[in-house]
Design a protein around this ligand. Sequence first.
Ligand code: ZN
Length: 170
Amino acid sequence: MNGWRRLLRPAYGPGTVSGFGDGEMRQRAVVLVAFSMTRDAMVAALMVAVTETSPGMDVDRLPDAEVRRLVEERAALEGTPGLDRGEAWLRESQTELDDKEYVLLQACFRAVNRAYPVDAFGTVLLSGSPLRPSLRCTVSGCGWSRPEGVLEQLLLEGVEHGQTHAGGER
Ligand SMILES: [Zn+2]
């Protein structure tokens, strides 16, 4: 029954109130809704938002808060079914994108990684310094860690260890 609590990832936002306009007189309440999103769904949401609002936008220069606002607004607009469709679209059409779309997609991946750090998506945290990287598991009571080692090997071990904690979606 408590399983879902352990699997929940860090929450972001809300950074905006969707659907609220100046002079809105009928407003009775602001309802907070939380969406559980995969990275692919966030990337797809950002890409659609950018394509629709300002295709020439330099996504790499967007502040993190703005990236989150765009993703959040798209989530509010499309809801869970729309986010699922976006994720499916991303999986299926990556090879069919033209050059411009591909460049934009890569920028959206970078922006989502920046605004929603990858660390937050797993149980294993990368720390230390570039020369002496280390890993530790953030699950309370686990205690797993690798104090130092070759980065590639560490990351591999980290991914493997992360999978030992159930629910290891990306
Ligand atoms: Zn662990």
